[in-house]
Write a protein that binds this ligand. Structure first.
Ligand code: PXP
Length: 250
């Protein structure tokens, strides 16, 4: 079954904050980036408030809630502290991600199957508060079924393994990862879940993922913020949008 509607692009602005925090001042301003992304056609803004506040800060989240006209996708770990913050702000969407202090970026998907009971209780008040709950998971049947059982409305499939294999020139492995992602996007969609995807996507890797009809949203950050150095944020987003639309049209 095909998914409906246009493929949405969520722009993750975490790494504007990374650059700002490198000097500890106010520039570049992630809120300005969010407004520019919005003007360039981003369908949503994604920001990850990490436990160690290495990029996005509590004040950024507050500011984003005030300035955005598009939905905020608030990424967070499944901790009591983050749940309290999410319940205070009630963002459009909450995306639960695994978090390890020592990692450079979100390395894998959330382990839902082993923590089903705790996560079911964890997301209940978020859903009651009106947040759309999304779970960032690997393309793994067990995890998708568990995410469905606990009442998540959305799963975001981790595209990192595919992008890494592609970047390292391991084409066969990249193809295998793509196939897994396609099968799991289809399976999740059949279960009634809304399917998102993201992590590590670039101009070179976005098209096959954008072409999966079940995928309704891509969340892309690091590459776009890097590309903005050379093109500007608006043109970088326009090019990503063009590639997504072309892939969808084919
Ligand atoms: N989706 C999720 C759930 C993420 O955690 C991240 C990275 O923070 C992204 C998408 C975006 O990944 P990237 O910055 O590599 O595009």
């Amino acid at each position: 079954m095909a998914a409906q509607g246009k493929l949405r692009l969520g722009v993750n602005i975490d790494h504007v904050a990374t650059v700002r925090n490198a000097r500890g001042g106010a520039y570049p301003d992630p809120l300005r980036a969010a407004r520019a992304a919005q003007e360039a056609g981003a369908d949503g803004i994604t920001a990850h408030l990490r436990e160690d506040r290495r990029h996005i800060t509590d004040a950024d989240i507050e500011g984003l809630q005030e300035v955005l006209n598009v939905p905020l996708n608030f990424e967070m770990a499944a901790t009591k502290e983050m749940q309290t913050i999410a319940l205070r702000h009630k963002p459009h969407a909450v995306c639960l991600v695994p978090e390890k202090r020592e990692e450079r970026t979100t390395e894998g998907g959330l382990e839902v199957a082993r923590e089903e009971n705790r996560l079911a209780h964890f997301i209940a008040p978020l859903r009651e508060a009106g947040c759309r709950v999304s779970i960032f998971i690997a393309a793994d049947l067990r995890q998708i079924e568990a995410a469905n059982r606990i009442g998540a409305e959305v799963i975001e499939l981790h595209t990192g393994a595919y992008c890494d294999a592609f970047a390292e020139g391991h084409w066969e492995e990249a193809q295998k990862e793509l196939q897994k992602l396609e099968e799991m996007a289809s399976y999740g969609h059949e279960l009634g879940l809304e399917i998102h995807a993201g992590h590590g996507l670039t101009y070179d890797t976005v098209s096959p993922i954008a072409a999966f009809p079940q995928v309704q949203e891509l969340n892309i950050g690091h590459f776009l913020i890097g590309e903005a150095i050379f093109l500007g944020l608006g043109p970088a987003i326009h090019e990503m949008r063009r590639l997504m639309d072309d892939a969808r049209a084919d």
